[in-house]
Design a protein around this ligand. Structure first.
Ligand code: ZN
Length: 307
């Protein structure tokens, strides 16, 4: 039933002005996103070694994240977790699941940097960036079938289908516009709950140093980092948040370092197996769902066979 509605909606909405047809029409409802996150979130976590087995650290990360969501413009069942992977990265999975890896938290030196990355990822959920990216990668037909199954609560999903969903999330690439908007959202969330938003600049500079050292790896393809991005954040902070200064110390750095001490020597999880049948994300998305073609369209999305 659900699948039928999605596909019919696609046919009705497709028009000649939408050169890429259904791929430009966003079809995820809030409930679809939540169902998809519930069904595939655990498999996504497993891809990054699963959750760190330390309730105090998880509670700490979660409390910072949930505090920030009180300023978010979109009501979702947000949840936050620290994953065991030593590859620095952070993720927003459709439905409101937000993850940071041990590899990224290890590099931080205070709490406002952690708040910055969580605030940025909340921004991707608010703007539905990860859900849009997944639709772009999997194509409408396959996505409709997957969502229909997830919403229906069916337990049986082919392992190959799960691999496509998880692989689609792992390979997401956000556009420069999406990164700008997530940074701006993150700053807003931080300031609203009392964090010095200059933590966002500290975070981006930390990532820039890793990028130069060649140790940032896959995070760069997910969240493109440019010097312009840092300048844009600095401009916003100087213009819109004059009460904050980059030289003010983080009053919560001590409690952050106490948690940092609990994770810094954790061993990495066993190497993950390669995901089969996962196409690369063809290109960063257009800025809006229904914009006219700019002449630089991503290639047509391959629609894999439905399992
Ligand atoms: Zn991002």
């Amino acid at each position: 039933m659900k699948t039928f509605r999605l596909i019919v909606g696609c046919l009705l909405l497709a028009s000649p002005v939408m050169s890429a047809g259904c791929n430009k029409v966003f079809l995820f409802s809030r409930e679809d996103e939540i169902a998809l996150g519930e069904k595939y979130g655990p498999e996504f976590e497993a891809e990054y070694g699963g959750r760190v087995d330390d309730a105090r650290v998880q509670e700490y990360v979660s409390s910072i994240g949930l505090d920030l969501t009180t300023a978010a413009e979109r009501d979702m069942p947000y949840q936050f977790a620290l994953l065991r992977s030593h590859t620095p990265n952070a993720f927003a999975v459709p439905g409101g699941r937000i993850y940071v890896t041990v590899g990224l938290m290890k590099d931080m030196t205070n709490e406002r940097q952690l708040a910055a990355v969580l605030g940025h990822e909340i921004g991707h959920i608010v703007h539905r960036d990860s859900a849009k990216g997944l639709q772009r990668q999997l194509g409408v037909e396959l996505l409709a079938a997957i969502v229909g199954e997830a919403v229906g609560g069916g337990g049986g999903t082919a392992a190959k289908t799960a691999a496509k969903v998880v692989g689609g999330l792992v390979n997401l690439r956000y556009s420069r516009d999406q990164e700008y908007n997530a940074d701006q959202a993150g700053i807003k969330h931080m300031a609203a709950v009392g964090y010095n938003p200059w933590g966002m600049v500290e975070l981006l500079r930390l990532l820039e140093r890793e990028k130069e050292a060649g140790t940032l790896g896959e995070m760069l393809s997910t969240h493109p980092l440019t010097s312009k991005r840092i300048e844009e954040v600095e401009d916003t902070l100087r213009e819109d948040y004059p009460a904050f200064s980059p030289t003010q110390p983080d009053p919560n750095a001590g409690r952050f370092m106490a948690m940092h001490g609990r994770i810094v020597n954790l061993p990495p999880p066993p190497p993950k197996e390669d995901l089969p049948d996962v196409p690369d994300d063809p290109a960063p998305p257009a800025e809006t769902d229904t914009s006219a073609s700019s002449g630089a369209r991503p290639p047509a999305i391959r629609i894999p066979d439905v399992e």
